[in-house]
Design a protein around this ligand. Sequence first.
Ligand SMILES: C[S@@+](CC[C@H](N)C(=O)[O-])C[C@H]1O[C@@H](n2cnc3c(N)ncnc32)[C@H](O)[C@@H]1O
Length: 251
Amino acid sequence: MAKVEAGHTFLAKLGKKRLRPGGITATRWLIGQAGLSQDTQVLEVACNMCTTSIELAKQYHCRITAVDMDAKALEKGKKNIAKHQLQEYIHVVQANAMKLPFENETFDVVVNEAMLTMLGDAAKQKAISEYYRVLKPGGVLLTHDIMLTPGTPEDLVDTLRGIIRVNVSPLSLENWKHLFSSIGFSKVTVSHGAMSLMNPAGMIRDEGLWGTMGIVKNGLKKDNRGMFKRMYQFFNRSGKSLNYIAVSSRK
Ligand SMILES: C[S@@+](CC[C@H](N)C(=O)[O-])C[C@H]1O[C@@H](n2cnc3c(N)ncnc32)[C@H](O)[C@@H]1O
């Protein structure tokens, strides 16, 4: 029987390093909200292959705990960290966002990109409550997700679920904002725009020209072509309805 592979695992297999809706544009906006320095204690949840953690460690020399549930992605992350000689800065832990193995008030900043969208309502609340718990007072939560724009066709989310093989539940702008404030976060600030995950300009921005060419070449191989074309067409056609949203909130 053919293996059922989630969209982000498929894209990572093709060579994509940024597996998030607004790509590097949204990530840079988020990082700009946090005022990072070498003294900042950062937790990245859903780090996958540690792309963002590596960028933060290189730029700010801050200490980062990088968490994901996916053991294979973390193995790749550890290799990437070693390749950049950043073992001193990034500590990798396999853990579930729903039950983080950290004391209350441990971190100054929590980064969580492209994960909350995958969860149902109760699980979203549970994960964000965990982020609230492990943040120090005044700490900053940075999240990056898919946002529904007004007038999104009802069946579009079902189509997305089928294409990326994940039971995603994106929210509207107001519902995302409400979610963070309902858990106790304040200063909820957002940036949003067209999804760039699979559009040509976004891919070149995120992965570089050679990186993009490699991903497309792998995507067009016989075994990958069907899924690659479905994802590419869906994300390029639904760009007006599905946006990215980056949210910064303070404890
Ligand atoms: C779409 S990928 C995003 C990866 C990375 N943050 C990025 O933006 O490139 C989603 C990641 O969330 C992780 N994930 C999903 N549910 C999780 C949970 N409950 N706890 C920890 N990680 C989770 C998956 O294993 C996967 O690596």
